[in-house]
Design a protein around this ligand. Sequence first.
Ligand SMILES: [Mg+2]
Length: 397
Amino acid sequence: MADKTIFHCDCNSFYASVEETFHPQYRSVPMAIAGDPNARHGIILAKNELAKKYKVKTAETVGQARKKCPSLVLCPPRHKIYGEFCERVNTVYAEYTDCVERFGIDESFLDMSIFAGEEEKYAAELRRRIAQEIGITISVGVSWNKIFAKLGSDYKKPDATTLITKANYKEIVFPLPVGDLFGVGKKTAEKLAEIGVRTIEQLAAVECDYLTGHFGKLGEVLYRNANGLGDDTVAKIGDGEAAKSVGNGMTFKRNLETLAEIRIGTNALADSVAARLRRHNVKCTTVQVTIKDTSLQSIQRQKGVSPTFLATEIAKSAIEVIELTWKIGKPIRMLTITASNLIPADQVIQQLSLFETTDTAKREKQERLEQAVDRIHSKFGEKSIRRGAGNKELGIE
Ligand SMILES: [Mg+2]
């Protein structure tokens, strides 16, 4: 079969670039987005180009960043707006191809095979349009497989195109450290170094059997990825839509009226949504709440969240949305919680653990706790243990 033409489009310094469209004055100063800008221990979530020059790094604390760059301007994150920009960017991509697969909030794969031979032209056009119409820049990697396309968008940025072809990949890809290859985290890179593999070229030269002997299934993936035999299937828009969100709704025996009742309902729904996310090994970055009143009129509101599959965090965000949009006391007939904008949990570990706004140790403890509950459920059934109180009157056991 003929090679495909895959684009990987990556929004450069996404959160910071979005904020700059609202505050153009930030373009000329070092600026960063921080979970809690006023706390020294707040975490840097993203930074603009000027802040990069001061070596401000994602995931370090506000205190550490300020030491390197005392004039650093800090903004709190606005996840809802980032979600809206993500939609706008992907709408532009969708004008070119039916195959647009989102990969996190600021990256998408596009199957552009119909434009084979004109890659440079269309990559330039996409970059220009996103810059003019949305006000942010993207870098584009083009190759015959997703792994090299992704590597390409990272190779030269911001606002650049990198073409990785069968004629040049040994020049561009092979000298890079193995850690640049998608799927090779810090631990895998260390293990590879132990067997003398430091560059992608060295990885590509190792026998596949030898790698599976050392790494199991991952070994074969590493072998394929390093040799340009990586996946080249880009999902169609709307494909697997069901898997792109996980929701659960409930009509209660009696309407929910008090905040305490709403909490009970919300906790029960968040529990099942979170358990399903964990089963699929994905985390959500949006929590949506749908409320139906007694006349079955419904409203729907959502909120961007740091990537999570925790019931506690999903319930907390849902309550925040409800308190902002609903007059507590007005009876609720039906409540639905939907977790969407899903990303693979493993990818979160690699790239997005940086977006943590809560204490990492505390969160890991909660993750272990909820995963332990999953194991008890799978062994003894859903009703063997539950988080928080049920309520017979409301129909929640
Ligand atoms: Mg990006």
